[in-house]
Design a protein around this ligand. Structure first.
Ligand code: MN
Length: 287
């Protein structure tokens, strides 16, 4: 099933005829809590399964073009990400991007502020900081389903609810300016995610996925998840060895080769079947 979060953080199943609204299957919440609905939906999914299936078959459906899509899991309590995690991207980091260094095997994971999540058609807003390079990193996102604390890799996928896409936009360091990675990667809008969340019954093995990224239609990145240095089960196990992962938590798995700069006026597309595509205009931030 393809799940979306849309408009004022409503939850829907995205079927061939459009979005089937599932929001009223959950307890009503005040507006400030609406962004947390997906966490509750995922946590309660087993109990909702039959109602969800019935709703998927019944109308009316909402035209996907008529809604504002949000990040499918818009308020992960924990939003973790892998540093270089493909062998080929590691080579280019050593070569020209100046931050070479380690993989998750020796560096582990880092944090992206969840406030930098954005929707799959939102603008990527580059802050007005002169003489700095901003890069695209297209990545697979893993969404946690069942709480995970100290799970081993053999059981890690049992704790995954589904998969989405994440753009891990990044301000590069320079020789003299070496801010924390968390700050360089957490500017507002620097983590568009979507277009949907595909449940694991439709993606039994994430290693079968291929992530692609285009800038203005030119293919810049193409990575096979099978080539991850630390694979999806390994990343979930690693994260769960640090703290307890909760339903809705998000892990960005690292980016393949082809990372490059982005500029206002360009349009980034990130895609992977069967998840779909995000279309992300790059603009100069207005504040
Ligand atoms: Mn990244």
């Amino acid at each position: 099933m393809r799940l979306v979060t849309f408009d004022e953080y409503r939850i829907g199943a995205w079927e061939t005829d459009g979005i089937h609204d599932l929001t009223d299957l959950l307890e009503p919440v005040p507006p400030f809590a609406a962004p947390y609905r997906m966490n509750a939906f995922i946590a309660g999914f087993e109990g909702l399964r039959e109602q969800v299936q019935a709703r998927r078959m019944s109308g009316p459906a909402i035209d996907i073009e008529a809604v504002r899509l949000r990040a499918p899991s818009p308020r992960p309590r924990n939003f973790l990400a892998a540093p270089r995690n493909y062998v080929d991207h590691g080579a280019e980091m050593q070569g020209s991007l100046g931050s070479g260094g380690g993989t998750p095997k020796d560096l582990g994971l880092f944090v992206k502020a969840s406030g930098c999540l954005a929707g799959p058609t939102d603008d990527v807003e580059l802050p007005p900081i002169d003489d700095r390079r901003f890069d695209h990193e297209g990545e697979l996102g893993v969404v946690i389903g069942r709480a995970a604390r100290g799970v081993d890799a053999d059981h890690a996928l049992e704790h995954v609810f589904g998969y989405t896409l994440v753009l891990d936009a990044t301000m590069r360091m320079t020789d003299t300016l070496r801010e924390e990675r968390t700050m360089r990667k957490s500017f507002a809008t620097f983590s568009p995610s979507g277009p949907c969340l595909v449940t694991t019954d439709e993606i039994p093995d994430p290693a079968d996925l291929t992530i692609r990224l285009w800038v203005d239609g030119d293919l810049r990145q193409e990575g096979h998840v099978r080539d991850l240095i630390v694979d999806v089960p390994g990343l979930v196990a690693m994260a769960s060895s640090v703290l307890e992962l909760e339903p809705g938590d998000l892990i960005a798995t690292g980016t393949p080769a082809g990372v490059g700069p982005i500029h206002p006026g360009e349009v980034i597309t990130v895609g992977a079947e069967p998840i779909g595509r995000m279309r992300l205009p790059v603009i100069r931030r207005a504040w």
